[in-house]
Structure formats: structure tokens, C-alpha cells
Design a protein around this ligand. Sequence first.
Ligand SMILES: NC(=O)c1ccc[n+]([C@@H]2O[C@H](COP(=O)([O-])OP(=O)(O)OC[C@H]3O[C@@H](n4cnc5c(N)ncnc54)[C@H](OP(=O)(O)O)[C@@H]3O)[C@@H](O)[C@H]2O)c1
Length: 229
Amino acid sequence: MTRTALVTGGNRGIGLEVCRQLARHGHRVVLTSRVEEDAHAAAESLAGERGIIPRQLDVSDPESVRACAGALAERGIEVEILVNNAGVLCHGGALDTDERDWARAFDVNVLGVIRTCRAFVPRMVERGWGRIVNVSSGMGTFSGSLTASPANYGVSKAAMNAYTVRLAAELPDSVKVNSVSPGWVRTRMGGDHATRSTEQGARGIVRAATLPDHGPTGQMMRDDRILDF
Ligand SMILES: NC(=O)c1ccc[n+]([C@@H]2O[C@H](COP(=O)([O-])OP(=O)(O)OC[C@H]3O[C@@H](n4cnc5c(N)ncnc54)[C@H](OP(=O)(O)O)[C@@H]3O)[C@@H](O)[C@H]2O)c1
């Protein structure tokens, strides 16, 4: 069945590839980017794919989130799949990270997710179907590399994971929310030495975005496996 998906940070890296794969699965994709021109340029780079709608969306700006949701609603576009992919990483430890870097990581990686969920998830509940994917990281899990990660990144992704669990507990089973780790992926954030391509990293995200009705919710996943938080 064709659905409408919205991807944050869809202009490059894993987000752009998620847009491509969702479009190839036949879904309509609202490709969003912090910078409007980047959304259009990215959509043009996917010119071979059908149903791509470029939109400006800065997840750290509540007004931008509201404006995007309002403009889509005005056009009668219902977001059924929300991929919270936008993310930032700053280096530093638990004590030496600058407070501005802590604030930025939490604004994008945690509050950004909460803002888009508050904007789009209530309609999913009303309409009785939805899928939310919070793009997380093994660095945000107690069972993984939280203690070896840049502190603001790992701690903010762990908070994102906690939000996934909490939101899942409040939602009906027809609206599923999961965290997904894409693995270590060759992007601007992951660097050139990462072990996975964007195609590989995006696949598990797309899988979680299109889960069947009996699929899991409130979980942490990588590819087709459920991981411990
Ligand atoms: N690469 C990896 O190895 C890896 C591993 C685990 C998890 N992840 C996660 O995967 C996701 C995508 O990462 P990536 O590797 O593709 O990184 P990337 O190439 O650095 O891309 C990050 C994306 O997030 C966007 N973004 C940043 N702040 C934003 C904001 N305020 N509003 C909207 N978009 C914003 C960026 O937009 P601009 O271009 O405008 O800056 C860009 O599109 C992130 O959540 C990251 O934490 C990546």
C-alpha cells in the first residue's frame, strides 16, 4: 500500500538514501531539510523517483516544524510514516563538552524528535495507522558503546531511546515507534572509514518504517534484529 512518509535531514547522508528507498517502495516522500534550497537540490538529485515533495524543516525551530505541518495539512497531505533522521554530533567527554554543544545535541537529537512527533503523531492516532522511526545509534545504548561515544551524542541518543519507549507505551499498537541504529555508515558524520554504505544503513530504517501490523513497537533495532537498549 502506498503511504506518505516524511524524512527529516533528507538532504544528504542516510536521510537522502532513506528517501530514495521509500520512493522506490512506491511511497510518497516529503523530503525535508533545514535549508530550503537543499531540500529542492536533494529532490532534484532523486529526479528519477516519483512522488518526492521537498520542504523546509529545521527540527530545532518550533516555528519551522509548525509551518511545515501546517503547509502539508493545507494541501491535505497526511504524514503516515515519520523518520526522525536529522542528527548532530559534537566531540567531547562528560565534563569537558561545552554547554552550547550539549544544548545543540539535545535540541536536535531529542527535542527535535519530540517536536515532530507532537506535530504529526496525533493525526496518525486519529487515522488508526502510523510508523515512527527514531534514527538512533549503538552509542545511545547502555548495552552498546554509550561509555565510548562523544558524551553529548551518546547521552542525547539514549534520551531519544527513552522517548521511543515512553511514546510507544502511550500509543495504540496500530501506531508503532522504534529506534533504529543504522550501524557505522559512510557519511559526513560517519566518515570515510565507516564499514557500511548509506544503502545498507538505510535499509533497516526503511524496514522499521514499513513494519507490518504484527511488527514490534518500543524497541531498538538494527537491520532485522532487536537489540537491547
Ligand atoms: N553515519 C553513521 O555512522 C551513523 C551511525 C549511527 C547513527 N547515525 C544517525 O543517522 C542519522 C543521519 O546521520 P548521517 O550519518 O546521515 O549524518 P550527516 O551526513 O551528518 O547528516 C545529518 C543530517 O541531519 C541534518 N540536520 C542537522 N541538524 C538539523 C536540524 N536542526 N534540522 C533538520 N535537519 C538537521 C543535516 O542537515 P544539514 O545538511 O542542513 O546540516 C543532515 O541532513 C543521524 O541521526 C545520526 O545520528 C549515523
